[in-house]
Design a protein around this ligand. Structure first.
Ligand SMILES: O=C(O)c1cc(C(=O)O)c2c(n1)C(=O)C(=O)c1cc(C(=O)O)[nH]c1-2
Length: 242
């Protein structure tokens, strides 16, 4: 006989307990949020994270393309629009990618620096691409579950909003709008992601698989910061700083 499932509450608790591996605890993020980074290191982080921002809607489009449930597609498509926006003209909803570009401008990068991906480190590219490839290949429910690292994202965005204006007065606070906007969107995404996880994971095997998937995604975020930390040491020569 197969082992009994965890209760829905136990399952959610186990998902939430994975927070201990969130990149909020990565040494580079801790230095970033304590105000210990030099401007070029903040720029390096912003330029590399842009690649993640670019790939999120591609990842969400992959999930949509695999999803046979119209009701889910109707909700999931909002994620694409959140990031891509409706256009750049006056009055259009610009979207998260454009908001991240504004963050880039506020830290001293150009649009060209960002869109060319010239600063994107190989380790960041491989990690992000692994996320997109997973979404292309996995059942859509598993791919949806992989977004559940967002359970822990509102706190990391809020930390930046609280800390950065004091730590980094050289950054125009207008540039922080991305983080402000993301908190409620992350909460909405998590609610939907948890609904999918609880419905899909009707056996202990699937519940355990869900934990593995979220851990895989945590590792992607962690690996990105490992690559960024390595690329921008404190003593990086001036000529090669972003
Ligand atoms: O700044 C962060 O630390 C952070 C983390 C995550 C995350 O946990 O995956 C996301 C975001 N930001 C974010 O802005 C975002 O739009 C987002 C979408 C997703 C996803 O997996 O679909 N994660 C995240």
């Amino acid at each position: 006989m197969s082992e009994a499932c965890w209760t829905v509450d136990e399952f959610e608790q186990k998902l939430r307990a994975l927070e201990r591996g969130y990149h909020i605890h990565h040494p580079f993020n801790q230095r970033l949020n304590r105000g210990e980074l030099k401007p070029f290191q903040v720029r390096g982080w912003v330029a590399n994270r842009f690649y993640y921002q670019l790939c999120i809607p591609i990842k969400d489009a992959a999930i949509l393309s695999n999803c046979s449930d119209r009701a889910v597609r109707r909700r999931w498509i909002e994620r694409l629009i959140d990031h891509d926006g409706r256009g750049d003209h006056e009055g259009a909803r610009a979207g998260g990618i454009e908001a991240w570009v504004r963050l880039g401008l506020a830290v001293g990068l150009s649009r060209q620096d960002l869109w060319s991906c010239v600063h994107v480190q190989p380790g960041v590219r491989f990690a992000v691409d692994a996320y997109v490839n997973f979404a292309r290949q996995a059942p859509w429910q598993e791919a949806a579950i992989s977004s559940l690292t967002e359970l822990f994202a509102p706190k990391i965005h809020a930390d930046r909003l609280v800390g950065w204006p004091g730590h980094y007065p050289w950054i125009d606070p207008e540039g922080l709008h991305y983080f402000r906007g993301r908190i409620s969107l992350a909460e909405r995404d998590v609610q939907h992601g948890l609904e999918i996880a609880k419905t899909w994971c009707g056996s202990l095997g699937r519940q355990k698989r869900a934990l593995e998937i979220v851990q895989f995604k945590l590792d992607i975020l962690w690996a990105m910061l490992d690559a960024i930390e390595r690329a921008y040491p404190d003593d990086l020569p001036e000529q090669v700083r972003p």
